[in-house]
Design a protein around this ligand. Structure first.
Ligand SMILES: [Fe+2]
Ligand SMILES: [Fe+2]
Length: 572
């Protein structure tokens, strides 16, 4: 009976070995070629197969059993145990025992002449020597004793049996190898997935309107899930605010190994050491500054570049597994450097884009203001009309529950709604007396002319409907398209009311501005005929605010900044 006392049975994985011969092999056979002496061709072939299977040379070894050498009876005997003793098996013996366990039989014959086995080169020396402590297949078997009536293996049976054990061992090794590879690949995939997922989240947040400092803060939080660092630092340089128009302060997540001044000194050291490159430094190889070496075990730092100069740094300090453990093999390397570098590159490109976007927005706003001024210059009697229509439209739009992008479109559309008047002849526009039919038709062309002027600005598409349709009437009698009711875009219906209010309240070349009461009477009468009744109702709810806009308008006051984010929204 065999009893495994230390190693669980499922982990029994015999080493390579086989019993090859039933005939006497020259005693104390030597290693290598000499081992082939006395073996049949078939045995030699099997030996080579074994060598091939294990990529190792084999040698023939014997274990002397007293009184057995001259016996003609072939048998396999693992060991001659003292009854009830617990003995330590070397690898060869353990393998044989495992084979026996696998077969459920035990072989013992005190008359057995010889144990002839083939074991890996070197194993012969180990037969009588204790194995190293970390030998993986060492096990102890206690109470070895013959089982009554157990069959004795012939050498041939044992050879086949052990060959199958060897084959099983080979498969097991391959399986173990594949399991390890699978675990490696899984780990790699998981880490790659986490990195990709971080980059994806970052890309999703890269709307131009995003605040760069907030984006950097969020990035640090995400990086913490992926980079095994004690502390992650975002450290802006002097140019950060200039490029991003965002606040400039150092941010950290995790436990800070260095405080205030020392962290600043470390950043100076990094910048000096690698002004524009990713830096990976590990104590002690990379001579971290002496004053930081006691608190920093390793670091990786990546510059965020914009316009070819660093505007900030992303830094990971102290590998979590390494910090405080001098013998740890964990340290920052290519993986962290590559990830931080990718993230820094994205933030750098984003910062550069933000700057370009800001410049473009400034230029665009200047163009809009220039066009608005051109309209006023064309018709001095309507000075400020565009700005007031824009502001009144916003009042009405807010009351009507428009979204912020719609409010932005209302403001921009209000500023530009009469841009087509640039194409109207001065003598018609400034005519004091009644207009002829032809002149009136000419003036009525301004919405279409305005649309034509702005159509060249692809970005202004969202406000074209306001420009084109701000003279439509609720009953369909307006121009240029004669749109009736809700067929006319809602923002144009709002702008139409704002336009009417400001036009009626302003002095014109042909009449003075109307008082509030008269304007409101016309609005009431026109609700459901000229104007959308819902918009007129909204006016009466915010009338004080509207008249404040009209009364307090001062062309010398700076106009509110235009929010162009509405132009990124889909057109409605
Ligand atoms: Fe107009
Ligand atoms: Fe107008």
């Amino acid at each position: 009976m065999l009893r495994v006392v230390r190693t669980p049975r499922h982990s029994l994985r015999p080493p390579p070995f086989a019993v090859l011969s039933t005939t006497a092999i020259p005693a104390r056979s030597e290693r290598g070629v000499a081992a082939f002496k006395g073996l049949s061709l078939a045995q030699q072939r099997r030996l080579r197969q074994l060598e091939q299977a294990f990529s190792a040379p084999f040698t023939v070894v014997e274990v002397d059993l007293p009184g057995s050498r001259d016996s003609a009876r072939p048998a396999v005997r693992l060991i001659k145990p003292a009854k009830g003793a617990t003995i330590e098996l070397n690898r060869l013996e353990a393998g044989l025992a495992a084979a026996a366990i696998a077969e459920g039989v035990w072989v013992d014959d005190s008359r057995a002449p010889l144990l002839q086995a083939v074991a890996p080169l070197g194993a012969a020396d180990e037969l009588n020597e204790p194995e190293p402590e970390n030998a993986p297949r060492r096990m102890a078997i206690g109470e070895l004793r013959p089982v009554n009536g157990a069959s004795t293996w012939s050498a041939d049976s044992a050879s086949r049996m052990l060959a199958s054990v060897v084959q099983n061992d080979t498969l097991q090794r391959r399986l173990d190898g594949q399991r390890r590879q699978l675990a490696d690949v899984s780990g790699h995939l998981l880490s790659t997935f986490e990195e990709l997922s971080l980059l994806q989240r970052l890309a999703e947040r890269l709307r131009l309107a995003s605040d760069a400092a907030e984006l950097a803060r969020q990035t640090l939080v995400w990086l913490r899930d992926v980079v095994p660092a004690e502390c992650l630092v975002f450290s802006p340089c002097e140019d950060w605010s200039e490029v991003t128009e965002s606040s400039q302060s150092r941010m950290t997540v995790g436990r800070r190994p260095l405080e205030g001044d020392d962290l600043g000194r470390l950043m100076d050291w990094i910048t000096e050491r690698a002004p524009r490159k990713v830096l990976v430094a590990t104590r002690p190889q990379d001579e971290l500054p002496p004053w930081a070496a006691s608190k920093i075990s390793d670091l990786v730092a990546a510059p965020i570049m914009a316009a070819d100069r660093p505007i900030a740094w992303l830094v990971a300090l102290n590998h979590r597994e390494r910090f405080g453990k001098h013998d740890s093999e964990e340290f920052f390397g290519q993986v962290e450097a590559s990830l931080l570098s990718s993230v820094a590159a994205i933030l750098g490109v984003h910062a550069g884009n933000q700057r370009l976007y800001g410049e473009k927005s400034d230029l665009f706003e200047s163009s809009i203001r220039a066009m608005s001024s051109a309209i006023d210059a064309k018709d001095p009697y309507t000075r400020g009309h565009s700005e007031r229509v824009a502001r009144i439209s916003v009042c009405l739009g807010r009351r009507l529950g428009c979204s912020q992008p719609e409010i932005n479109r209302l403001y921009l559309g209000g500023l530009l709604h009469d841009v087509g008047k640039i194409g109207i002849q001065d003598r018609v526009l400034g005519k004091a007396g009644a207009l002829t039919d032809e002149e009136y038709e000419h003036i009525k062309s301004h919405p279409l002319q305005g649309e034509r002027i702005l159509r060249g600005y692809h970005a202004l598409e969202p406000v074209l409907s306001i420009v084109r349709n701000h003279h439509e009437s609720w009953d369909g009698s307006g121009y240029p398209d004669g749109l009736k009711g809700e067929a006319c875009p809602r923002l144009a219906r709002i702008a139409a009311v704002a336009d009417g209010i400001d036009a009626m309240s302003s002095d014109r070349v042909y009449r003075p501005g109307m008082p509030v009461g008269e304007v409101e009477k016309i609005l009431r009468d026109g609700a459901g005929r000229q104007w959308d009744p819902e918009v007129i109702a909204a006016y009466f709810e915010v009338r004080d605010e509207v008249w404040r806009v009209i009364d307090e308008y001062d062309s010398e006051q700076p106009a509110p900044q235009i929010d162009f984010s509405c132009l990124d929204e889909p057109t409605r």
